[in-house]
Write a protein that binds this ligand. Structure first.
Ligand code: ACM
Length: 265
């Protein structure tokens, strides 16, 4: 199965320009027979808002908005795409990842772990991250800063994800390395699609990557270029879960000793 990450430089609050940047990446993915495509967080809006009005101005409803429509249309007849979207809802704004496959809107994940000032514009999602089935494989979805909470990738793995799709706008210098660890500790593929560029002094780190189930980087994009990178993967390779001949990363756990993980204070 051909899996790709698309690296983009959205312009802050310029939906029109971002739509044309999106179309270029979709075209490149189509020309390369990509079946599953991951795009960065907040690709319709940019990231470093100064106030709620800016975020509102760029936001769209999913799946009615223009980005959604473009993504839905690309997913026909037999592709899957997930992209980060600044989402408008009657309850407020969410930092969301929308999944489209085979011409349908499949699900929307609303980021649960908000980074820095995101909490000034976005409400946190309050639902478990989703796993979607596509062509006999299972794909989990999380967004950017969810990387810092290993519980997120673990929950996706326990729900059956073989590949974790990870739209991002990474700024801390070690996120890509953390995703290598998420791969190893869960024995899953990960696909992190990051953005590039500088917005209001905040620099994004590019280096979008795909890791395999043992944490090997199968492909990495440069720090500052837009474009896609793809590899052919076998999602069933994630089903083994043996980290040594005698150690299974899931069944060797001791959940009875981890009860603190679910204590809230
Ligand atoms: C981030 O969560 N965008 C750092």
């Amino acid at each position: 199965m051909r899996l790709a990450v698309g690296q983009m430089e959205p312009l802050l609050v310029d939906v029109h320009e971002n739509l044309s940047k999106l179309r270029e990446l979709l075209k490149e993915a189509e020309d390369n027979q990509v079946e599953v495509l991951v795009l960065p967080e907040l690709c319709n809006s940019g990231y470093v808002f100064e106030n709620l009005e800016e975020a509102r101005f760029a936001a769209e409803e999913i799946p009615r908005g223009r980005f959604s429509e473009e993504l839905r249309s690309w997913s026909k007849p037999d592709r899957l795409v997930v992209a980060g979207i600044c989402e408008h809802t009657p309850q407020g704004l969410y930092n969301s990842a929308a999944v489209f496959a085979q011409g349908n809107h499949i699900t929307t994940y609303r980021k649960i772990h908000l980074f820095l000032n995101e909490r000034d514009w976005f409400s946190p999602g309050n639902e478990e991250p989703p796993v979607v089935e596509f062509k006999d494989a299972k794909f989990g979805v999380m967004v950017c800063f969810d990387w810092a909470f290993p519980e997120t990738a673990r929950v996706l793995t326990l729900k059956g994800a073989q590949v974790i799709l990870h739209p991002s706008n990474l700024v801390l210098p070690y996120c890509q390395d953390a995703m290598v660890t998420r791969s190893i500790e869960n024995s899953v593929y990960t696909a992190t699609a990051n953005r590039v560029g500088i917005e209001r002094g905040i620099e994004f780190s590019g280096n979008s990557q795909i890791t395999n189930t043992t944490g090997i980087r199968l492909t990495t994009l440069p720090r500052d270029e837009v474009g896609i990178a793809f590899v052919d993967i076998d999602p069933q390779a994630a089903d083994g879960k043996m980290i040594t001949k005698r150690n299974h990363v899931i069944t060797d756990r001791k959940p009875e000793l981890y009860t603190r993980l679910t204590e809230t204070d």
